[in-house]
Design a protein around this ligand. Structure first.
Ligand code: SF4
Length: 252
């Protein structure tokens, strides 16, 4: 289920990020994440052992600059640069340096384009990670479950994860982040059938007041087979009170 052969991939077109260059800080031949989500499009961690390890900051910035120069030569433009890939980007030991170098390259070759990071928000108790994420235009931070038991079911995080710790970390952004939540039908978490969970998640959104909320349902094959996609029209109804209150929420 691994998807990216190169450190820098694309540009790919997406509704939320436009024409975007992707950066995979994780191995090309495996997955590294401190979650093991039941819906992860990269598959289970156990099936994603790597033989190559992580690319270095130098390799990443070289690959990015080569791609940017190639695009400029061909007269191609882009809207954004997005860190995503085979796992959790903030686990890379050189993450702050990689962000700093990416900002330099963006300013040099494609000034004004947005840099986004898709993160599971598990490292927000590390100051250097928070500082690096604050430097990018869009820190897109995951919170799928409103409590630890349901997070253990859907995200299967390493020990030490707690929803409270993550929401405390998110508060450091003073609302300057995008909250990302997967809502799907499953045995252990189904917001359609669990009003208390839905209410608790909405309370967290109201407290954090992120600049935007992205809600997803299943789009790609998932490692756990018995998951159900929730239709967008159902999600719209479930979340209408938040949009009515002025929360900038989009369903993907
Ligand atoms: S946090 Fe992302 S990369 Fe990690 S297991 Fe979940 S979906 Fe996959």
């Amino acid at each position: 289920m691994l998807r990216f052969d190169n450190i820098v991939f694309g540009p790919i077109h997406s509704r939320r990020l436009g024409r975007s260059l992707g950066i995979n800080l994780l191995p090309r031949d495996g997955k590294i994440c401190n979650f093991d989500c039941i819906y992860c499009e990269c598959g289970w961690n156990a099936e994603g052992r790597t033989a190559t390890g992580l690319p270095t900051c130098e390799e990443i910035s070289q690959a990015l600059e080569n791609k940017m120069l190639d695009m400029k030569e061909k007269g191609e433009d882009l809207d954004s640069i997005t860190f995503s890939g085979h796992g959790e980007p903030t686990l890379h030991p050189e993450f702050p340096a990689i962000i700093a170098r990416t900002i330099e390259l963006r300013d040099l070759h494609f000034p004004g384009r947005k840099i986004s990071v898709l993160s599971n928000a598990s490292m927000l108790d590390h100051d250097e990670i928070v500082e690096a994420l604050k430097k990018v235009d869009c820190a897109i931070l995951k919170l799928d479950a409103p409590n630890d038991a349901q997070a253990r079911y859907i995200n299967r995080p390493n020990s030490g994860y707690s929803v409270e710790k993550v929401t405390e970390g998110m508060k450091k952004f003073d609302g300057h982040f995008i909250l990302q939540t997967m809502m799907l039908g499953s045995q252990g978490l189904d917001y359609r059938k669990d009003p208390a969970a839905l209410q608790a998640w909405k309370d967290i959104v109201r407290e954090l007041r992120p600049s935007a909320v992205m809600v997803y349902s299943l789009d790609r094959p998932s490692p756990q087979a018995d998951l159900e996609k929730i239709p967008a029209c159902e999600l719209e109804l479930m979340l209408k009170d938040l949009t009515d209150e002025g929360i900038n929420l989009t369903i993907y």
